[in-house]
Ligand binder design. Structure first.
Ligand code: 3NM
Ligand code: MG
Length: 530
């Protein structure tokens, strides 16, 4: 009988001094199994066959004691020699069908796949018992990798398998590999499931355990991370399938409550924003009741993330070197569970910006991505969300794309489902979705499009709103947008406002006044006391 395998924490060994150091491999593997490793692959690309067999025998003894299967990388002959539980085959190794003939029906055969075609062939034709999908992130452990597929590529393969008509594709267990460690694991597991019915059965790691000072503790930490959601995990509070007649009222009742919570909490609005709007963004943050800090320095991010505020990364006037600061900051907020808003300003305009936004999306989780139509379409295209029509972005304020209304809503929802976050496409009508619930929001006034920075300062606002209302990012963002639109409308309607110049101070005033009215109204009623 083929053993039943728990794929959740799959250790792939490495005997090179750069990873193993001068330690004994069997000892490290034994510790790792005690820490919670559920499956071991002996991978040694350089040793002579006699050494491979000798080491495999020792490892098999250790694995049997720990009740964990042992597989051999590439070498079917070594697996036969030690009679361990199976092999793992790369695309350039012996084909799985031949390996099956040699090994018989009861051995486990895993196959590496880096594309949908490879996954299909391995699962459906070759009868692989599991797929090792990668390389997720570039890793010094294996430098000659075929392609770096990112979380995005991993997710695409899972979606493809999950949607397949072929039952073998739908059911084949999957693990991912490449750069998986305590810092990346939860994000990989979480985001690879965006819109996919099929989820990873486990993760495969090399250096995160073999090179760890304490392999047992490292394994146990990875195991815990695999079975828990990341600090930024999002669960929508409203399901359209369970929509009741009073749901809409419930949602609208939340808006003033959230506005008031921001005033009470005064969350930090940490701006890594462009040089054009620094001053305006800080003033808007103060007007909506948040506490602004303008810090482009990634070295400060961990300290600031500990203050329970929100971060906005605005790509508007990206300087060389900004990317590494942004990645440090998003990592710090992801770790602390603090919300991050990405404003990919002009991200389709130049090759540098297209690259930057790709690096950012690959390097961190963004609770909210907000942008104008062409920016969101650029992100959607970069993430493989199919976008019909090709439009050329002309400038950072370009929104002259003729995407139909329903299509915009559909793209925003699809992108949100894929990223497992909230997406906001701004314009005369804003489209907002968490992939479950989608809003089209009208309002505001024409002057908002005639002054610089209303979009950027909305990012600063929404970061603070999400920080104050951590339990539901979609509702937090909705409340922030509504405050903005109402204040914009009120400012635009004022008699003393004659154009964009008088609009800006009036807008700051109306943000402040509208917020104050909300707070006072509910203090008067005593509904939201305490
Ligand atoms: N196979 P680490 S990546 C052994 O993509 C291996 O097939 C890969 O090492 C693949 O966990 C890889 O240290 C190395 O990043 C993974
Ligand atoms: Mg191989």
């Amino acid at each position: 009988m083929k053993p039943v395998v728990d794929y959740s924490l799959y250790l792939v060994t490495d005997s090179t001094p750069a990873v193993l150091g001068d330690r004994d491999l069997c000892h490290v593997v034994c510790e790792a199994i005690q820490g919670g490793v559920t499956l071991v692959q002996y991978r040694d690309k350089t040793s002579d066959t006699a050494v491979l067999i000798e080491t495999a025998k020792k490892l098999h003894t250790v694995c049997k004691e720990g009740n964990v299967p042992l597989l051999i990388n590439d070498r079917v002959d070594v697996a036969l020699a030690v009679d361990c539980e199976g092999v793992h085959l790369g695309q350039d190794d012996m084909d799985a069908a031949t390996a099956r003939m040699l090994l018989g029906p009861n051995k486990i055969i895993g196959v590496t796949a880096c594309s949908m075609e490879e996954a299909y062939r391995a699962a459906c034709w070759a009868g692989a018992d599991y797929l090792g999908i990668g390389t997720v992130f570039a890793t010094p452990t294996k430098e000659n990798t075929k392609s770096i597929i990112g979380i995005s590529g991993l997710r695409d393969i899972l979606v493809y398998l999950g949607a397949s008509k072929n039952i073998a594709c739908r059911q084949v267990p999957t693990v991912c590999i490449g750069g998986i460690n305590a810092g990346t694991l939860q994000r990989v597991v979480y985001q690879s499931r965006g819109g996919s019915p099929k989820k990873l059965d486990g993760v495969a790691v090399v250096s995160a355990i073999i090179a760890a000072k304490d392999p047992k503790a490292a394994a146990s930490d990875l195991k815990r991370l695999f079975t828990t959601d990341p600090p930024f995990a999002y669960n929508p509070s409203f399901n359209p399938d369970e929509w009741e007649t009073d749901t809409q009222k419930t949602i609208l009742d939340l808006v003033p409550k959230i506005i008031k919570k921001v005033s009470e909490m005064k969350p930090l609005s940490h701006n890594m924003t462009n040089t054009v709007v620094q001053n305006f963004a800080a003033n808007v943050a103060l007007s909506i009741g948040a506490s602004p800090i303008m810090s482009p320095n990634g070295l400060e991010a961990a300290d600031l993330a500990a203050l329970a505020g929100g971060l906005v990364i605005n790509m508007g006037t990206a300087m060389p070197g900004a990317l590494s600061n942004w990645l440090a900051a998003v990592t710090a907020y992801n770790t602390a569970g603090g919300p991050v808003c990405l404003d990919p300003v002009g991200c389709g305009a130049t090759a540098a910006r297209r690259d930057t936004v790709k690096e950012l999306l690959a390097g961190g989780y963004f609770d909210l991505i907000k942008g104008n139509e062409s920016e969101i379409l650029t992100v959607a295209r970069a993430r493989g969300v199919v976008v019909s029509g090709e439009e050329q972005q002309r400038g950072v304020d370009s929104s002259a794309c003729a995407t139909a209304v329903q299509e915009k809503a559909a793209i925003v929802a699809k992108l949100a489902r894929r990223e497992r976050n909230v997406i906001l496409m701004t314009g005369a009508t804003d489209y907002l979705s968490d992939g479950t619930l989608t809003f089209a929001i009208n309002g505001g006034c024409a002057y908002m499009g005639m002054v610089t920075g209303t979009g950027c300062t909305l990012g600063a606002t929404l970061a603070a709103f999400m920080a104050a209302w951590r339990e539901d990012r979609l509702m937090a963002v909705l409340a922030g947008i509504l405050l903005f639109k109402i204040a914009g409308q009120r400012a635009g309607d004022r008699e003393d406002v004659k154009g964009p110049g008088t609009f800006v101070p009036a807008f700051l005033d109306e943000l402040y006044l509208a917020r104050k009215e909300v707070v006072e109204m509910y203090e008067g009623v005593g509904q939201f006391g305490g």
